[in-house]
Design a protein around this ligand. Structure first.
Ligand code: ADE
Length: 249
């Protein structure tokens, strides 16, 4: 049995996933609810998969807290083996467009700055500034999505990339800010508000993790309207992404 923790920031990033679980258990931790259940994958081998699902709320603090809760959470006496964050992001690369998927091969907390004591973006506990998932988990997610990219469930999605994602407690919505970020982080593909903190907590707790982001907007002056419009549609299909991964492990 594999037990996957699935975290989003908003309900829309999780969508219908919970409806396909059975033996559901809900547990509350303060204002956070974790829903756990089983998905039966293979009728012949009866291979089972446990999922524990939550949405954290926006930003690094809420996502770090929810990650800690998920990592400590038990379903049928098992802890999670792997933490998957899934959600939307703003593109800061003109080649990366709405409905493209980016799997983070590196995450930077772009608002972390303890100069002059440490260099910009430096995370003292790891003595580095970029956090990367373990290769085998990254490749598993990439291959699974790539292999099923033409399937009905993933027909909404356009391109699949690996790349660098930036996390900060800021909704980016103008070109000037993008240029400012790219001056320091020329390889940055997308921005969001949770991935870097989820990755940090998972690494400190010794749990493998991957962050997946679907582009909702271009982090420019049209970001807030694009984001809101996109989320309404994304709510209906976000579970497809999670199910394709769950069903093909
Ligand atoms: N998530 C989705 N779009 C975003 C943006 N433009 N900035 C930060 N987080 C986002």
């Amino acid at each position: 049995i594999l037990h996957i923790g699935i975290l989003g920031a908003m309900q829309e990033e999780i969508g219908n996933t919970i409806n396909n679980l059975y033996n559901i258990e809900k547990k509350r931790y303060g204002d956070l609810t974790i829903v756990s259940g089983e998905i039966k994958i293979d009728k012949i081998t009866k291979k089972k998969l446990f999922l524990s699902i939550a949405w954290s709320g926006w930003g690094k603090v809420s996502s770090a807290r929810a990650s800690t809760r998920l990592i400590g959470h038990k379903y049928k006496r098992t802890n999670i083996d792997f933490l998957l964050f899934t959600g939307v992001a703003g593109s800061v690369d003109s080649h990366v467009r709405q409905w493209d998927i980016i799997i983070a091969d590196s995450l930077i907390q772009h608002d972390l700055d303890a100069r002059p004591i440490f260099e910009r973006f430096h995370i003292p506990v790891f003595n580095k500034d970029e956090l990367s998932p373990k290769k085998e988990w990254l490749e598993w997610i990439f291959k699974t999505l790539n292999k099923n990219f033409e399937s009905k469930k993933l027909k909404f999605f356009k391109n699949l990339y690996k790349g660098q994602i930036g996390t900060g407690d800021q909704f980016i919505s103008n070109k000037k800010e993008i240029l400012e970020l790219k001056k320091n982080l020329p390889n940055l593909k997308a921005v969001e508000m949770e991935g870097g903190s989820v990755a940090q907590v998972a690494m400190q707790e010794g749990i493998p993790w991957v962050v997946i982001r679907v582009i909702s907007d271009s982090a420019d002056e049209s970001a807030s309207t694009d984001f809101s419009t996109f989320l309404k549609i994304y709510n209906k299909v976000s579970s497809n992404l999670i199910e394709v991964i769950a069903e093909n492990y």
